[in-house]
Write a protein that binds this ligand. Structure first.
Ligand SMILES: [Zn+2]
Length: 188
């Protein structure tokens, strides 16, 4: 089967603001969508992509952490489709770190996320999975989960002065302040 690079919607498109519906059937179109999402993430140097980003309001995303031009320090894992995903439990502490998004071109900003999460999701064969993710992979999961609820990372940037263009981000990458850990439990 051919792999197709899908068009990623950018902010301003109302489809990015919809609540995604649960996936109920693992049919052939869904398998094709999974394959094309994985391919699209690869071609765009994304470490994750959610179905609503390509205009499909379904609870499905791909987590595909690996070092890329956009995220040179990312850990490597096989691209993993996650269907009807949710967070079961999370650590008390949150970590603020840099995020960007294929749907928010040319911007980076600091977002606080749970440092460790326990999650559940269905795999592409309908098998339920329960896993613990920490740090960068936990961050990707939370970022993609937001897309299923019509939220983008800039909605969660607590300090708008942290917003940067990608060029400014890369220029500063080596001189960035250390990651800030926030032990307050007040935001979700
Ligand atoms: Zn995104």
């Amino acid at each position: 089967m051919w792999k197709k690079q899908l068009t990623v919607l950018t902010v301003g498109d109302p489809r990015l603001r919809l609540m995604a519906e649960p996936v109920v059937t693992l049919d052939r179109p869904l398998q094709t969508l999974i394959k094309n999402l994985i391919w699209t993430a690869e071609k765009t140097n994304g470490v994750g992509i959610a179905a609503p980003q390509v205009g499909v309001a379904k609870q499905l995303f791909i987590v595909a952490s690996r070092p890329t031009l956009r995220y040179p320090h990312a850990p490597t894992m096989a691209p993993t489709p996650m269907i009807n995903p949710h967070i079961v439990a999370h650590s008390d502490d949150r970590t603020a770190d840099w995020e960007g998004c294929l749907s928010v071109p040319d911007q980076r900003g600091q977002v606080a996320r749970w440092r460790e999460i326990e999650v559940e999701y269905g795999d592409r064969h309908g098998q339920m999975k329960r896993q613990v993710f920490t740090d960068f992979v936990a961050r990707i999961f939370q970022h993609e989960l937001d897309h299923l609820q019509g939220t983008v990372f800039t909605d969660r940037v607590a300090d708008p002065t942290t917003l940067l263009t990608e060029q400014a981000y890369f220029d500063q990458l080596d001189s960035m302040p250390a990651i800030v850990t926030d032990h307050s439990d007040s935001l979700a």
